[in-house]
Design a protein around this ligand. Structure first.
Ligand code: PRP
Length: 215
C-alpha cells in the first residue's frame, strides 16, 4: 500500500496535530523525541508518513503532491495562494489577522492616507487594502517582530496575527481593524483527493470525531 503523506507546519500546530492523531490511535514515538533532527516519520500500521516543514512551505508540498495532506494555518493558506483543497477547520490555533498600530494611526486609516504597511503577509495585506478597502498603501515585507515597525517609524501600521494581544499591549499598539479569523486547517492535494478518496475521507472522519469529542 502506498503511504499517505502528511505535511505538518513545524511548531505549535504540528504538536497539536500529533496529539489529535494520537487520539485516533496513530502514534509516532520517534517524533516525540525532543532531540531528534529527523524530519520524516512513518507509521507502518496505518500506511502513513508524516513530515515537518516550515509553515509557508506546507501548501507548496501539497500543491505538488509531495504531500497528499497538509495541516497549516489559514494565514499561510491565504498568503501562499496555492492550488489545493481546504477541507477542514481543526478549531485550534485560533487567532485573528489584524491591522494594528498606535491609536494615532486610526485617523490615517479613516482618511485613506497613503501609509506604509509592514507585514509578514504582503498578499493578505495587499488584498485587504487594495481590494477590500480600496486604499492605496505601500506594503513593506518583514520576516518577524513586525510590531517593531510602527515603533521605530518604518511603517504607520502593521498587518499581523493577534492571538492573546499581549505583544501589542506590551508595545503600546492596538488592533485598529480586523482582516479575518484564522485557525489550523487541513488541506488536500486535488489529485490525491480523487485517487485516494476513501483513505483520505476516513482520516478526515477520524479527525472530525476526535475534535467533536473534545467540544
Ligand atoms: C506572532 C505574531 C505576533 C504575536 C501575536 O509572532 O506575529 O507578534 O505572535 O501573539 P499575541 O497576540 O499572543 O501576543 P510570533 O511569536 O509567531 O513570532 P514573529 O514575531 O517572529 O512572527
Amino acid at each position: 500500500m502506498r503511504y499517505l503523506t502528511i505535511a505538518l507546519a513545524k511548531g505549535r500546530l504540528a504538536n497539536k496535530s500529533m496529539k489529535l492523531f494520537e487520539e485516533m490511535g496513530i502514534t509516532l514515538e520517534e517524533m516525540k523525541d525532543p532531540n531528534t533532527r529527523k524530519l520524516i516519520f512513518t507509521n507502518e500500521e496505518h500506511g502513513l508518513r508524516f513530515f515537518l516543514a516550515k509553515g509557508p512551505d506546507v501548501p507548496t508540498y501539497v500543491e505538488y503532491a509531495a504531500a497528499d495532506i497538509g495541516i497549516v494555518g489559514k494565514d499561510t493558506i491565504l498568503e501562499e495562494q496555492r492550488k489545493l483543497l481546504e477541507v477542514m477547520d481543526l478549531g485550534f490555533g485560533k487567532c485573528r489577522m489584524c491591522v494594528c498600530g498606535p491609536e494615532s494611526a486610526a485617523s490615517l486609516l479613516r482618511s485613506q492616507a497613503q501609509i506604509r504597511v509592514a507585514t509578514k503577509y504582503p498578499n493578505i495585506a495587499g488584498d485587504y487594502f487594495y481590494n477590500t478597502k480600496n486604499q492605496t498603501v505601500e506594503i513593506i515585507k518583514l520576516n518577524g517582530s513586525i510590531e517593531l515597525a510602527p515603533i521605530v517609524g518604518l511603517a504607520e501600521v502593521i498587518v499581523d496575527i493577534v492571538e492573546t494581544g499581549s505583544t501589542l499591549r506590551e508595545n503600546g499598539l492596538k488592533v485598529l481593524e480586523e482582516v479575518c479569523d484564522l485557525s489550523a486547517r487541513v488541506v488536500v492535494n486535488q489529485v490525491s483527493m480523487r485517487m485516494e478518496n476513501e483513505r483520505i475521507m476516513k482520516l478526515l472522519q477520524g479527525l472530525s470525531e476526535v475534535i467533536t469529542g473534545k467540544e
